[in-house]
Design a protein around this ligand. Sequence first.
Ligand code: NCD
Length: 321
Amino acid sequence: MIGRHLLSAQDLTSADAVRILDTAGELATVTDRSVKKLPTLRGRTVVTLFFEDSTRTRISFELAAKRLSADVINFAAKGSSLSKGESLKDTALTLEAMGADAVIIRHGASGAPYRLANAGWIQGSVINAGDGTHEHPTQALLDAFTLRNHLRAGSGDLAGARVAIVGDILHSRVARSNVALLRTLGAQVTVVAPPTLLPYGVHTWPCDVSYDIDDVLPHVDAVMMLRVQAERMAGSYFPNELEYSRRYGLDSRRMALMPDEAIVLHPGPMNRGVEISAEVADSPRAVVVEQVTNGVHVRMAVLYLLLGGRPEELMVEGADR
Ligand code: NCD
């Protein structure tokens, strides 16, 4: 069962994940209407607490909460007392005093959302919007939703789907959450990277590992390209960007190795010309913009389920008006 918090994709059973994806599918119909709002979370307060930069994830959560009629407070590290050195604890106590029902946190330190959820500082739900190099569960859910729409006509799990995740696996919370969730949903995952961009212990992950993208591409239903996370790199993990893109970047020549129906995902922000060429990023096989749209639906579903929206409301309010 989906509990009070969403901290890790590993906490989700297949039934939980399918329930979130199905709910997201229902909620997607709301965005097709002229009035894109449900009253479900009226009177509830949702806080986005972002210690790291973000475009898509923060806006997506804000929009999701607003479409469910919650009051939303955006709390960014820059421009708040956080930049004066206020601790996570004092920030949490402040949010609690203001009656936050859910706190959506992005933090540079792996584990920060766990501290927030388990230290007893706040009563509400905690949603992990990316913690260090650890996890980004709602990204994995929106990726699964996107894959399901393309590969499984939008229902059920992803049993047997073949997905390659390519690039900076070492620093990627998106990769960690995706490997866990895709596996839970029955997909076969291969991570592809130079040995220097694979974490220690990757061979114990529930996926295959390859160093050769050209070997893997002919056998996938989808490929997920990851950004090279320069801001998390202390040393030199590869000679230079040109060399990286030559060996691991997805350009048109490489995309032609993939089966005709196979699709290309990227969580954004993209480094065009590094891990993905502009031509591939703009091709009809790239579903990057669709991933962003789906992010809103999936985050609505997560907020809805964690904050206890009732299924009857969804049915009644889901009717056209
Ligand atoms: C990712 C992140 O921040 O983890 N982006 C996102 O949430 N859409 C991936 C990245 O920064 O490369």
